[in-house]
Write a protein that binds this ligand. Structure first.
Ligand code: PEP
Ligand code: MG
Length: 927
């Protein structure tokens, strides 16, 4: 180990850009100090020191570290004129964690370090304020006890509440110095009882223990879970830095305060300082939600001069960082200090609005505006909101802490949320008085968060916003009883398992489930996606089968339909009987008769799609699934047949009885009854039903396949039942001709699924050519169309060059191509072995969600190259689910696809991802 390694940097000397070494918080403290903001003096211990410490099985701090710390402490003493451990004029510090990537609330902070019974007297003398001194001391003992010594927080909370009760104090600020002294004594006792040793008095010993505790917290459960959940890998953040900062006090009286601010509103993006503060309080009071803070607007009333200074601080921060900042500040006796800043976590609405506005203000470029928004997050803007027409009365009103609406069953602690939400797949809403960092697993498992205490910057609000989950905070009308797992609201109540609805956009809480409606695009989102389209090369189309889907896709900015699955049209209730007739037909005439009835329906389907999408292209895929999928289930048929046969026997029996009754001159009444019963079960009708069912069963058995997904489907149907494909081709071309007649611009694309050989493609192309010639002649107008193939069979990739001779476009069906490449059946894989493969690292991702670039991607790359070697202008796209996944979209860009096609709600995500792909490729190219 290199004893000369520099592990410690003063804020004046640390490189503000080196977040990996100094952590985000430390780097920013250095940078803020260096650009002249008023930061309390301090220093950073590097993440390298943390890693060296964690590497050592004995858990010793690396050699030389504490010497460097002592040197820095001496510098702090010089800067502040105070002494660390000096009973006359003590220097107190905070010890904070901070890794390269912000992990809010994940690791722990210790405040007021350096206090002991001697220095406490010094604080009393220096401030003349014993109440303040004892208040600081009890906070220190509790935090140090919890974080560094592992004493349960609840023991301190209970002791504190007990003193409060005996002093008849309603709020913390009502406690006197004497009460707080009692609290300190009790806390010291608790530590000794729990650890078997007295509380450490030596400030340097305290500092060393605290540094180790922060380092250890990097491997704590909360931090590890967080990294896992957000895929934070060691190359992104490895180890935590420790920031040692001179304490400044927001709890020195009514000219002191502490608060948190966002340079812009993180929920709406509005360009206005946003945040909260508490007078006469310390930092964690705001974040923990113990007292409900005041909005920053109010600072102008209470401390106008400081409101100006704060505004100035905000402007400096944004001008420097060119990003919305989330900062913490303290006012100590009228002087403003900035304690921390980091890029603000915002919901997507705010991200989009600030991107567009900051570009207009000249703070960032269009490219930066696009790149600061993760494409996946756009889905958040498409979350449903409460139906404004739903007549529901809220039962409580809290703060609109994180927008969106959610319904789910109420649960009252994080573990239950995990059990019911994650374990049983139920939609749960976590209801708490307030949340703490240790509740994080409950957040992951919930669809929304509701708290009865705390402000918009409370832990619950910040974390929920970061996760894009709806949150109502500080709904004070609700009183939560965790023990009884219920909450009272006015005269009513709800308990665990009851459904409630929260609206994080308005802060309202409802009992029961309230219907939701689809959201609208904001003008800013339209602007932003417009920029995305300008910069991207990939076009984004949609997979849509109905006019409604198509309309939605268009609203979301799709420039065409990349896949219309016609089988969904076959399944409609009015079609299915005709489709079945077609399948069970015994002769070509019978089949044609059924197809003749289907033709106008399909033509109408296509006409509507063309009309909605005009003038963009619409790609229609000829029938793909095996036709037996449209027939009834074999076992159901067998059972029905059995029942019918039993009925026939009854009918037969009744017939014999009726005859017998008339022959033996049974009484008139009996004879009539038997004859009536016989008539009610008409044997002829029953026989006919039996014949039909039996024929159907025979057909179902004849069409039975062991592996339908590898069986008689796709173009193979087109080979064996040409009439079906011919009907569809006719419907497409006639619909196009009808549109042209009506002045609607259309560009139909006919796509053949499951193609393996060029001969298959040629045969279908011949059907198209024949029908096209006939339709054009009949309509007397040219009908424009394109003919192409899906590439979803491995052989099709290998034969891409010859397929390109017949096809004008390729569309990768990566759902099937992935199954075919892995020889995995998706259903079986995802249900049985894939989770294990992913967990144990046998496979990094689920290849049905994230395109397997190395295998499937390689086939795609070859197919594109070979296809274009024959036809350089071959249009190539993708219509498997991967077409809506940002990482897969980046790959599609790389291999030169022309478009991606995905479901309508993914269209905005794909548009932004396509721009990101282009910008990143350009950046790599420019390197
Ligand atoms: C595919 O296989 O990727 C595809 C789009 O077709 P389907 O999902 O309908 O099989
Ligand atoms: Mg397919």
């Amino acid at each position: 180990m290199d004893t000369m390694q520099k592990y410690v940097f003063a804020f004046e000397e640390g490189d503000g850009k080196n977040k990996k070494l100094l952590g985000g918080k430390g780097a920013n403290l250095c940078e803020m100090t260096q650009i002249g903001l008023n930061v309390p003096p301090g220093f950073v211990i590097t993440t390298e020191a943390c890693l060296a410490y964690l590497d050592d099985p004995q858990r010793h701090l690396p050699p030389g570290l504490m010497d460097q710390v002592r040197d820095q402490m001496r510098l702090l003493e010089q800067k502040t004129g105070k002494g660390f451990g000096d009973p006359d004029n003590p220097l107190l510090v905070s010890v904070r964690s901070g890794s390269a990537i912000s992990m809010p609330g994940m690791m722990d902070t210790i405040l007021n370090l350096g206090l002991n019974s001697d220095t406490l007297q010094g604080v009393i003398q220096a401030t003349g304020d014993p109440r303040f001194a004892y208040d600081s001391y009890r906070r220190f003992i509790q935090l140090f006890g919890k974080v560094a010594l592992g004493v349960a927080d609840t023991l301190f909370d209970e002791a504190f509440e007990a003193v409060k009760e005996s002093a008849h104090a309603k709020q913390d600020v009502d406690l006197s110095a004497d009460d707080l002294r009692q609290v300190c004594d009790r806390f010291l006792q608790i530590v000794e009882e729990q650890t078997g040793r007295p509380f450490p008095c030596d400030p340097y010993e305290q500092l060393e223990i605290a540094i180790k505790a922060v380092f250890n917290s990097w491997m704590g459960k909360r931090a590890v879970d967080y990294r896992k959940q957000f895929n934070i890998t060691p190359d992104m953040a490895n180890g935590t830095a420790v920031n040692v900062v001179t304490m400044v006090f927001g709890n020195r009286g009514n000219d002191s305060a502490t608060g948190v601010g966002f340079t812009r509103n993180p929920a709406t993006g509005e360009n206005k300082l946003y945040g909260e503060y508490l007078v006469n309080a310390q930092g964690e009071d705001v974040v923990a939600g113990i007292r409900t803070p005041k909005p920053l607007d109010y600072l102008r009333v209470e401390m106008p001069e400081l409101a100006d200074q704060l505004e100035e601080l905000r402007n400096k921060l944004e001008a420097h960082y060119r990003e919305v900042q989330d900062f913490e500040f303290t006012i100590e006796r009228g002087r403003l200090y900035c304690l921390q800043t980091r890029n603000g976590k915002m919901n997507t609405v705010a991200l989009v609005r600030t991107s567009v506005e900051m570009e207009r203000e000249g703070l960032i470029t269009k490219e930066q505006a696009l790149l600061r928004i993760p494409p996946e997050s756009l889905e958040q803007m498409l979350f449903p909101r409460l139906d404004p027409n739903a007549k529901a009365e809220p039962v409580a009103q809290g703060l609109a802490a994180s927008p969106g609406a959610a319904s789910g069953i109420a649960v009252f602690d994080a573990d239950r949320a995990e059990q019911l939400g994650k374990g049983q797949g139920l939609k749960v809403i976590l209801v708490r008085e307030e949340t703490k960092p240790e509740d994080i697993h409950g957040f992951f498992a919930s669809v929304g968060i509701l708290t009865s205490r705390g402000g918009k910057t409370s832990h619950a609000a910040v974390v929920a916003r970061g996760m894009g989950k709806p949150c109502v905070a500080g709904a004070e009308g609700i009183s939560v009883d965790v023990e009884r797992r219920e909450a009272r609201v006015g005269l009513t109540s709800f308990k665990e398992g009851d459904v409630i609805t929260i609206d994080g956009t308005t802060g309202k809480v409802y009992l029961g489930e309230i219907p939701t409606v689809e959201p609208e695009f904001t003008p800013e989102l339209n602007t932003l996606l417009g920029w995305a389209d300008e910069l991207s090369r990939l076009r984004v189309k949609a997979n849509a089968d109905t006019p409604d889907d198509a309309r939605r896709a268009r609203r979301y900015g799709a420039v065409g339909i990349g896949l219309a699955r016609t089988e969904r049209m076959f399944n409609a209730v009015d079609r299915l009987p005709i489709v079945i007739e077609m399948i069970v037909a015994e002769t070509a005439e019978q089949r044609r008769a059924a197809l003749d009835r289907l033709l106008p329906m399909q033509r109408q389907d296509f006409y509507e799609l063309f009309e909605v999408m005009s003038p963009h292209p619409v790609t229609i895929r000829l029938l793909d699934p095996p036709i037996h999928e449209f027939l009834p289930d074999e076992h159901v048929l067998e059972r029905e047949l059995k029942e019918l046969r039993a009925l026939a026997q009854v009918a037969g029996g009744l017939g014999v009885l009726a005859n017998a009754a008339s022959l033996i001159h049974a009484p008139e009444g009996v004879r009539l009854e038997v004859e009536r019963a016989h008539r009610m079960i008409d044997p002829a009708v029953v026989e006919e039903a039996i014949a039909k069912k039996a024929a159907m069963l025979k057909k179902v058995r004849a069409l039975y396949e062991t592996n339908p997904m590898l069986g008689h489907r796709g173009v193979r149907l087109g080979m064996t039942f040409p009439e079906i494909y011919q009907m569809q081709i006719r419907a497409i071309l006639e619909a196009a001709a009808e549109c042209a007649k009506a002045g609607i611009e259309v560009h139909p694309q006919i796509m053949v699924p499951q193609v393996c050989t060029v001969q298959e493609l040629r045969k279908v192309k011949q059907y198209v050519a024949d029908i096209h010639a006939e339709v054009q002649a009949r309509y007397g107008k040219p009908v424009d169309f394109k003919f192409g193939t899906m590439i979803e069979v491995v052989r099709a990739c290998m034969r891409a060059d010859s397929l390109a001779e017949e096809a004008e476009f390729f569309s990768f069906g990566t759902n099937d191509l992935t199954q075919a490449t892995f020889s995995f059946s998706r259903e079986d894989a995802e249900n049985k072995f894939l989770p294990l493969y992913n967990q144990s690292g046998l496979l990094q991702d689920n290849p049905f969600e994230v395109l397997d670039v190395k295998g499937v991607g390689k086939l795609m790359k070859l197919a594109v190259e070979w296809g274009r070697s024959v036809k350089p202008d071959l249009e190539v796209g993708i219509c498997g689910e991967h077409g809506g996944h940002p990482r897969s979209i980046a790959f599609c860009h790389e291999v030169g696809l022309n478009y991606v096609s995905c479901s309508a709600p993914r269209v905005p995500v794909a548009r932004l991802a396509a721009a990101h792909a282009a910008l990143k490729a350009q950046a790599t190219h420019n390197l």
